[in-house]
Design a protein around this ligand. Sequence first.
Ligand code: ADP
Ligand code: MG
Ligand code: MG
Length: 250
Amino acid sequence: MLKINNLHASIEDKAILKGINLEVKAGEVHAIMGPNGSGKSTLAAVIAGKEEYEVNEGSIELEGEDIDELAAEERAHKGIFLSFQYPVEIPGVSVTNFMKTAINESRKAKGLEDMPAKDMLKMIRDKSELLEIDRKFLSRSINEGFSGGEKKRNEIFQMAMLEPKLAILDETDSGLDIDALRIVANGVNKLKSKDNAVIVITHYQRLLDHIVPDFVHVLHNGKIVKSGGKELAHELEAKGYDWIKEEVSA
Ligand code: ADP
Ligand code: MG
Ligand code: MG
């Protein structure tokens, strides 16, 4: 699915990622953890193709195709979904209409016609039932007055509708209350399949009590310094990140 080779990236001439190697196969859930400032969000943004970042070395492949030269939008159309940490409010645009537009834009980019209204409604109904989203929520203006949990619900709903091949959820270090945490975890667990892959980025282990990752990677100073199974997340929760830093500098 995703193959990252020796990725080096910088922002404003400051080197942030310093040789990342990562392979994510279909059906897998990977967690990326690490201390604040280690480069987790940068990695997510670089995979998604955000243009503020410059790739200085290395490559990113999606299903065997080099995507380095593609713009963020093109990557999204190829099936990369990045959760937005700071969602915008769009007064007057309902959650439903926002989703319809997103779906049809994505189809258009693939040379497809708009999804027939009947199919769209069915998809919205099926996905919202799966995620236990009520009808009232669907008619609200996007992100307007949304609580943290509701923003997450909208984000997961969008992910469900777009059916990405690779979903990257970059969870901010704060602001995930129990409600929001459960929404994200349930969503990921319901949406994961043998055909897609998920990268969950989190500073804290507690999200991983609900989403059980197949692999855990620790990012430190722009490099993956340790990889393991789900037990690595527990070890980090118990011991913090300092031992990793010491191991690296030893
Ligand atoms: P994490 O998500 O692990 O907390 P980030 O990827 O957000 O880490 O940041 C990694 C490093 O890059 C930090 O030192 C941060 O200050 C720096 N950085 C991130 N974004 C920018 C930016 N827009 N301009 C300058 N430095 C940045
Ligand atoms: Mg940070
Ligand atoms: Mg971050």
